[in-house]
Design a protein around this ligand. Structure first.
Ligand code: BTN
Length: 245
């Protein structure tokens, strides 16, 4: 079944994420979305501020996948793939786009996008709702480590043009994920990520795992090969690739 997106586009809100969560709790249907030109209280992971001035893209979507809450982190991979594909199609090779596990899209070696997933489960552990927030640097990169898409394009893309292309890609990968699980899009994700064998360090709480990128398993966990060639499966952490030895 195809998705029906129903996007409420506002000039200025505190946070599109807060508005979509209110809609989720009030029983709105999957596919509802709130887009804003400006956010005065935009936030990212770990409660960090997400600077949200005019010219960039801010969207929160309501999803209601019929799955266990344990599978929700896979939606970061689904979303990063959709964002990455959208950028690649627009850039036509003008800048590199690399997917970094678990939820980053690197554009020209900097941060081009942010993905925020918030969710609530039913007592059974099945998902009630997911609020999927995305912030994309279209015309400006608010931080030094950021990159903006239009800095690499000869004809600048508008936020609504980006939104339509992104929603089309997201529908494609989300539908595949719902029917075939992460296994179905795993290769597409890996094709846009680092090369197998790239050096990787993963911070997991106070521990750091060091080794070589081996890939992702069928559930989207990171597989790292350590110096003794032992494979480790990592379900959550902060990864850094290709650091100097
Ligand atoms: C990150 O920390 O990298 C995730 C940033 C997510 C920002 C988006 S912008 C649209 C939506 N509304 C918010 O307040 N946050 C998300």
């Amino acid at each position: 079944m195809s998705m029906h997106w129903s996007i409420d586009h506002r000039a200025e809100v505190s946070s599109t994420q807060d508005l979509i969560k209110a809609l989720a709790r009030a029983g709105s249907a999957e596919g509802a979305g709130v887009q804003a030109d400006v956010q005065t209280g935009g936030y990212g992971r770990h409660g960090r501020q997400w600077v949200s001035e005019s010219g960039n893209f801010y969207l929160s979507l309501l999803l209601r996948p019929a799955c266990h809450i344990q599978k929700v982190p896979q939606l970061s991979l689904v979303t990063s793939l959709a964002i990455g594909q959208t950028m690649i199609n627009l850039l036509e090779g003008a800048a590199p786009v690399v997917l970094k596990w678990p939820n980053d899209v690197l554009l020209g070696n900097g941060k081009g996008a942010g993905i925020l997933l918030e969710t609530e489960a039913l007592r059974s552990g099945m998902v009630d709702w997911v609020a999927l927030g995305t912030g994309i640097n279209i015309s400006t990169a608010p931080s030094e480590l950021g990159r903006a898409l239009n800095d690499f394009l000869e004809s600048p893309v508008g936020v609504d043009q980006f939104r339509d292309a992104y929603l089309e890609r997201l529908e494609h990968y989300y539908t595949r994920w719902k029917s075939g699980g992460f296994a179905d899009i795993r290769q597409a994700w890996l094709d846009q990520s680092y090369e197998k064998g790239a050096r990787v360090q993963v911070k997991i709480g106070a521990n750091v795992e060091k080794g070589y990128f081996e890939g992702l398993d069928e559930s989207g966990n990171l597989i790292v090969r350590d110096g003794e060639s032992v494979l480790k499966t990592i379900s959550a952490g902060e990864a850094h690739f290709n650091l100097p030895a």
